[in-house]
Design a protein around this ligand. Structure first.
Ligand code: ADP
Ligand code: MG
Length: 679
C-alpha cells in the first residue's frame, strides 16, 4: 500500500454566490515513504491548494485522498485535527513562527497541545533543534534569528511529533541560495529517514535535487518525473519513540501559560486594558463602601439616639417643610387619641394595654423656624454677643448618659425664678461657645439664655449652667441646647402663657413595650404620628443614602458595561492580529477547543489582572476619599469590607470571560487555510 494516494481529486472554490473556480482538476498521483517530491508550477496553478488538501487543512473536495488507508474527504474536524497533529508536519515559506514564543516553545507547542510533560517536550525539542544546528539558540525569539535559522526552527516544529509526511510550501522561497541548499539538505535527510517529503518550489535547482518532480499547470498534473540520479542517503535507524501526540488533550494549565506568554508579548496594551477595567472595579468597590458606610453611619447615628426605653411621639404632617422635621403641635383632640391608639398597638401585639394619660411626658422640639429663638450670652464680655441656637430641645429623658461627651446630665428638679437652670449643649453649640469666649471650658459655666416663643410678648431670660455636652451625631453641627420641658413651662407660666406648645410626647417604659410602640409609630400604617426628629433626620439621610447608592450603582454598571465592550474590542482585534498564528496552531493539530481555551485563558488573565489592578487602585482611592471626607465633614461614611475584594475579582473575571466569549469563538472558527493565506 502506498503512503499517500490521490485519486480523481477536484477542488472547486466558490466565488460569489453561484460561480465557482476549479483550482484542481482530476488529480491522480501517489507517493511512497522516503520520497523527496518537488511540486513545481506557475503561481496560481494550484500547488498550495493541493498541499492544503493533503495536509488535512481542507477536506472539502471531490475524489479521494487516502493516507495510511484513511480517506481524508469529508472527515470531521476531530479526525483531521488528530491527523494534522500526528501524521503530517507543515513547513511554510514565511516560516510562520509565533513571534512571542522562544525557539524552544515554538517547537514544543505541538507537544504542548498534546499535554506532553515539560521534561519530555524539552528533551525532544532540544534534540531535534541541536540536530538542526540550533542547540545554542533555544531561548531566543524568532526575530533574533536569520531566515535560514527560522526555517530550521519551522522544520524542527514540523518534525517534533514524528510525522510520516512533511509538507513544505515553498520552504526556500524566502531564502538566499546558500541557505536554500542547507534547507534542501535537511529535507533530503528527513526523506532519507523514511518520511515522505513533499515540497512546493519555484526553483529548478531545488527540483533537480529531489527524487521526483511533479508539475502542475492550471490545476492539472502535466509532468511526473522520477529523478534517476537521486541517491538515497544512509541514515542510522532511529528507534521510533512512542508518539507523544496520541493523548490528544491540551491541559488548561498549558493554555493559561501560553495565554500568559501572549499577554506578556503585548503587555502595555494589556495593562492599559486592565487599567480601564480596573477603573470600573474601583467604581464598584467605592460604591459598595459608600453604600454600607452610609448605612453604618446612619445605624450608628440612630443608635446613639436610641434610648430603648423611650418612645417619642410627634405629629405627622404632610406640609412639605415640616414633614421633614415633625415639629407641629398636637391639637387637643389629637392628643387625647394618643393613649388609646398606643394601647391598641400593644393589644395588637398581644400585650395587655396598660398606658394611661399619666404616662405621657410632654416635650418640646423647637426649631427656630417654628417661632422659637434662643441665644446665650456669656458674661464677662465687654460687648455681649448673642449666638443663635438652631433649635431647642426639651427632651432630657431621651438622651443616654452614653451620649455625654463631657460633664453630667442636666437635672432640674426644683425650678425657681432667679435660680440658674441646668442645660446641656451639642458640640455645635459648644463650638459657638468657644468661638465667642475663646475658652474651651463650657461645662460649669453660667450663661444667659434668651428664649423667644410665639405667643409671648417678651422673651424669657434665664440664667443657665452648662452641665454637659451631648453628642447626637446627626445634629452635632447644629447649635442646640437641651432644656427640661418643665423649665420652659414654668417660665412660660410666669409670662402668662398657660399652655406652652407641646410638640412631642415621651413614654418611658419597658424595652419590649417600647419596641412595639416605636414600631407602631415609625413603621405602622398609621398617618397620625411620627417618631423623633432624629429618626426623621436619619430617615431622610437613609433616603439620601439610597439615592446615592442607586446613582453609584448605575455609574458602576455603566462603567462595567463600557469595560466589557472594551475587552471585547481589544480581544477581537487581537484575534484578527493573530489570525496567522491561529492558522499555524491549527496546522499543527490544535483543535477548535484548544484555540478557544487559549483565548478564554487570555480573557481569564485579563480578568485577574484587572481585578488585581482594580483592587490596588480601590485601596488608594478609598484612602483618598476617607482622608478628604474626614477633613471636610469630620467623618467618612465609607466602609470597606474584605469580601468586596473577592466580589470585585469575581466581577472582573466574569466580565472579562463573558467579553472574551465572542472573540474566542471567532478565533476557534477561523478557517486554517484562509488564516495561513493571510500575509
Ligand atoms: P499556487 O500555490 O500554485 O500559487 P493556489 O493553490 O494558491 O496556487 O491557488 C490556485 C488557484 O486557486 C488560484 O487561481 C487562486 O486564486 C485560487 N484560489 C485559492 N484559494 C482560493 C479561495 N479561497 N477562493 C477562491 N479562489 C482561490
Ligand atoms: Mg502557493
Amino acid at each position: 500500500m502506498k503512503e499517500l494516494e490521490i485519486k480523481n481529486v477536484y477542488k472547486h472554490y466558490p466565488i460569489g454566490n453561484k460561480e465557482k473556480f476549479t483550482a484542481l482538476t482530476d488529480i491522480n498521483v501517489s507517493f511512497e515513504k522516503g520520497e523527496l517530491v518537488s511540486i513545481v508550477g506557475e503561481s496560481g496553478s494550484g500547488k498550495s491548494t493541493l498541499m492544503n488538501l493533503i495536509g488535512g487543512l481542507d477536506s472539502q473536495f471531490e475524489g479521494d485522498i487516502i493516507v495510511d488507508g484513511m480517506n481524508l474527504r469529508g472527515q470531521p474536524d476531530k479526525v483531521l485535527d488528530k491527523y494534522r497533529k500526528n501524521k503530517v508536519g507543515f513547513v511554510f515559506q514565511s516560516f510562520n513562527l509565533i513571534p512571542h514564543l522562544s525557539i524552544l516553545d515554538n517547537v514544543t507547542i505541538a507537544l504542548t497541545l498534546s499535554g506532553v510533560s515539560d521534561k519530555i517536550k524539552q528533551e525532544k525539542a532540544t534534540k531535534i533543534l541541536t540536530k538542526l544546528g540550533l542547540g545554542t539558540q533555544l531561548k531566543k525569539k524568532p526575530d533574533q534569528l536569520s531566515g535560514g535559522q527560522k526555517q530550521r526552527v519551522a522544520i524542527a516544529r514540523a518534525l517534533i511529533n514524528d510525522p510520516d509526511i512533511i509538507l513544505a510550501d515553498e520552504p526556500t522561497g524566502a531564502l538566499d541560495s546558500g541557505t536554500t541548499l542547507q534547507i534542501l539538505d535537511i529535507m533530503k535527510q528527513i526523506a532519507d529517514e523514511g518520511k515522505l517529503v513533499i515540497m512546493v518550489t519555484h526553483s529548478e535547482k531545488v527540483a533537480s535535487i529531489s527524487s521526483r518532480v511533479v508539475e502542475i499547470s492550471d490545476g492539472k498534473i502535466v509532468r511526473d518525473e522520477v529523478n534517476n540520479t537521486y541517491k538515497k542517503g544512509k541514515v542510522e535507524k532511529e528507534d521510533k519513540t512512542e508518539r507523544a501526540g496520541e493523548k490528544q488533550n491540551f491541559p488548561l494549565w498549558s493554555a493559561i501559560r501560553l495565554a500568559f506568554h501572549n499577554m506578556w508579548a503585548s503587555k502595555t496594551k494589556n495593562f492599559l486594558m486592565a487599567f480601564g477595567v480596573a477603573i470600573s472595579i474601583v467604581a464598584l468597590i467605592i460604591m459598595l463602601s459608600f453604600g454600607s458606610g452610609l448605612d453604618n453611619y446612619i445605624a450608628g447615628v440612630s443608635n446613639s439616639f436610641t434610648n430603648p426605653n423611650i418612645v417619642t411621639i410627634t405629629k405627622k404632617t404632610t406640609d412639605a417643610l415640616t414633614s421633614l422635621l415633625p415639629i407641629t403641635r398636637f391639637e387637643k383632640d389629637e392628643k387625647e387619641q394618643i393613649i388609646p391608639d398606643l394601647n391598641n398597638a400593644l393589644q395588637d401585639a398581644g400585650y395587655e394595654p396598660f398606658l394611661t394619660e399619666d404616662d405621657l411626658i410632654p416635650g418640646y422640639c423647637g426649631i427656630s423656624l417654628g417661632g422659637l429663638k434662643a441665644s446665650f450670652i456669656v458674661p464677662g464680655f465687654e460687648e455681649e454677643k448673642p449666638a443663635e441656637l438652631t433649635c431647642l430641645y426639651s427632651t432630657p429623658p431621651y438622651y443616654n448618659e452614653d451620649n455625654l461627651v463631657e460633664g453630667e446630665m442636666a437635672v432640674n428638679e426644683e425650678i425657681q425664678e432667679g435660680t440658674p437652670i441646668e442645660i446641656m449643649l451639642t458640640p455645635g453649640a459648644y463650638a459657638s461657645f468657644r468661638t465667642m469666649t475663646g475658652s474651651s471650658e463650657a461645662v460649669g459655666k453660667t450663661i444667659k439664655l434668651t428664649i423667644s416663643i410665639q405667643g409671648l410678648t417678651s422673651p424669657i431670660e434665664v440664667e443657665a449652667i452648662v452641665t454637659g455636652i451631648v453628642d447626637s451625631s446627626v445634629i452635632q453641627k447644629m447649635v442646640v441646647a437641651y432644656i427640661d420641658y418643665d423649665v420652659l413651662e414654668y417660665y412660660a407660666a410666669l409670662h402668662g402663657v398657660e399652655e406652652f406648645p407641646v410638640t412631642a410626647y415621651y413614654i418611658d417604659t419597658d424595652v419590649k413595650y417600647a419596641k412595639v410602640l416605636n414600631d407602631y409609630i415609625t413603621k405602622g400604617d398609621q398617618d397620625k404620628y411620627s417618631g423623633s426628629v432624629e429618626s426623621s433626620l436619619t430617615g431622610m439621610f437613609s433616603e439620601m443614602s439610597s439615592t446615592v447608592s442607586v446613582a453609584l450603582t448605575i455609574i458602576s454598571c455603566i462603567s462595567l458595561i463600557v469595560s466589557a465592550i472594551m475587552i471585547l474590542v481589544v480581544l477581537y482585534i487581537s484575534v484578527s492580529e493573530r489570525t496567522k498564528e491561529i492558522g499555524v496552531l491549527k496546522s499543527i493539530g490544535a483543535r477548535r477547543k484548544d484555540i478557544r481555551s487559549i483565548f478564554t485563558s487570555e480573557s481569564l488573565l485579563v480578568g485577574i489582572l484587572s481585578g488585581i489592578v482594580g483592587i490596588a487602585l480601590s485601596m488608594i482611592v478609598y484612602g483618598i476619599f476617607v482622608i478628604t471626607l474626614k477633613s471636610l465633614l469630620g467623618f467618612a461614611p465609607l466602609s470597606l469590607k474584605w469580601w468586596y475584594f473577592f466580589l470585585a475579582m469575581g466581577v472582573s473575571v466574569v466580565i472579562s470571560m463573558l467579553s472574551g466569549l465572542y472573540p474566542s469563538a471567532k478565533a476557534a472558527r477561523l478557517d486554517p487555510v484562509e488564516s495561513l493565506r493571510r500575509e
